[in-house]
Every structure is written in C-alpha cells, then in structure tokens.
Ligand binder design. Sequence first.
Ligand code: SAM
Length: 277
Amino acid sequence: THFGFETVTESEKQQRVASVFTSVAESYDRMNDLMSFGWHRVWKDHFVRTLNPGFSPLSSSPSGPQHILDIAGGTGDIAFRMLHQAHVLNHNPDVRVTVSDINPSMLAVGKQRSQELPATQQAALSWLEANAEDLNSVRPLHSDPNGPTSSIPDASVDLYTVAFGIRNFSNIPAALREAHRVLKPGGIFACLEFSKADNYPLFNAVYKRWSFSAIPMIGQLVAGDRDSYQYLVESIERFPSQEDFRDMIVDAGFVVGGRGYENLTGGVAAIHRGMKP
Ligand code: SAM
C-alpha cells in the first residue's frame, strides 16, 4: 500500500497519523462534506440523537450531570452536537464534554469554531491533548509540552464517544481498555466509524472507485494534499469488519446488546455500542 503500514512500528504509525491530521486540519471540515457528499453530517446527527445525552429514559426527564469524553474529537463535530442535544433539546445544562485528541492542530480549529456557540455551551467544553491509548498522561490544549501531565481518573466518565477516529489508532485493544477504565459502571462506549458496506456489486464498484480514485484527487485539488487523503482511504479499507470489531469491544469487557452494532447507509458506516457492567 501507499504508506506500507504493514511494515512500520506503532510509533511510526502514530507519527504519520499525526502529520496527516496536522496537514488536513484547516481543510478537514470542507473535505468531509465533499468526500462523503454530506453524509457524515447525517451519520453524526443520528449517532448523537440515539445516544441522547442529558436525557434519562427511566424517568423520561433530564438526567443528572453527565460527563462525556469525546475521544479523537478533532474539530468538535460530535461535542457540539452533544451539547446542543443535551442543553437545548433536553434542557439539561449539567452535561459537559471533554474534547480530546492527539493532535493540537485539530483541537485548535475546534476551539476556534466553538466561539460561535452560546456562552453556556462554551463553558461546558474542555480541550485536552491525549493519546486514546494512554489516558493516564493527558494535558490541556496548548499547555507546556514539557510540563506535568495528568490522568483521566478511573470510573469518571458517563459516555465515551469516538467518531471516525478509532481506525487511526495504532493499538485499538489498548484504546478499548482505556475506555473501559475511565467509564463508570453503567457507562457507555459508543463508536461511529466507516465500516464494511453490504455486498452489492454495483454499489461496491462505485464506492471503491470513489474512494480510491476520486477522494485522493479531490484531496489534491481542494487541500493540495493527495497523500493524506490516500492514507485516510486506506485506513478505512484496513479497519476490521463490524463483527470483528464487536468482538474486540466484548474482549475489552463491555456488554453489547443484540448483534452489537448498527449499520448506516448499507454499512458504509456503523455504530458500535457497549456498556461497562
Ligand atoms: N471525531 C471528529 C469527527 O468526527 O469529525 C474527528 C475525526 S478525524 C477523521 C480523526 C481524528 O483522530 C483526528 O483528529 C486525529 O488527530 C485523531 N487521532 C488519531 N490517532 C489518535 C490517537 N491515538 N489518540 C487520539 N486521537 C487520535
């Protein structure tokens, strides 16, 4: 493959991923729309609506305080939707979101975007530089890189979300273990990710063409960066199937309901959920 990922070490992969997202940070939001024909918005809306933060299904009323940890939160798409759903639709201002990402450039774009939000929502956000595989060593965005790090405590999070992030991780089982550690018992792990589309030959042919030829080309034209977008497409191809990923979630100690995932748009994307018992 283009980057020869099979032959690189974990830390090399991490560095490459870091440079991909540093170079796409500014164009990321526009490119998302172009590459997915705007579908990523529909998927993200659905993801957040079904998680329904700030609402308690048991009492059919606003839940108590909730701490959401949005991992690989990038430029804030999931976090902003969570706050809207909780604060505005569910009338629960006691929901706060920590947006965490390994890449400060992505977070900086997100923090800038958040200035458009109402003050109460801005106040409910915090921004954290963190590698999803080690949440024992995190730091506030733009803090001194040589300064002390802190830890996300065990059992401190109600809802852990990761959208279009986990396929970039070098060590997915390590990230799942960390998710399990930081969640409270009863807390939810929820992941939105590109997945394996159902096998309709015509659709597949078009989809493959689109991803392997068109996306890198659009990346070149719009962002002046073919390689980064080529990497993004390849990382989708390498990510495990819905069932294999579900089994990894179960192996990390989560309980899943039903088959453990929901396909979106014929499996082009999927949502996986697990509960920490
Ligand atoms: N969640 C956002 C969204 O849905 O728009 C951003 C998704 S973006 C495609 C993937 C993000 O994963 C990037 O911001 C990247 O920096 C981040 N990332 C990659 N590897 C990571 C890791 N090991 N730990 C935390 N974040 C990581």
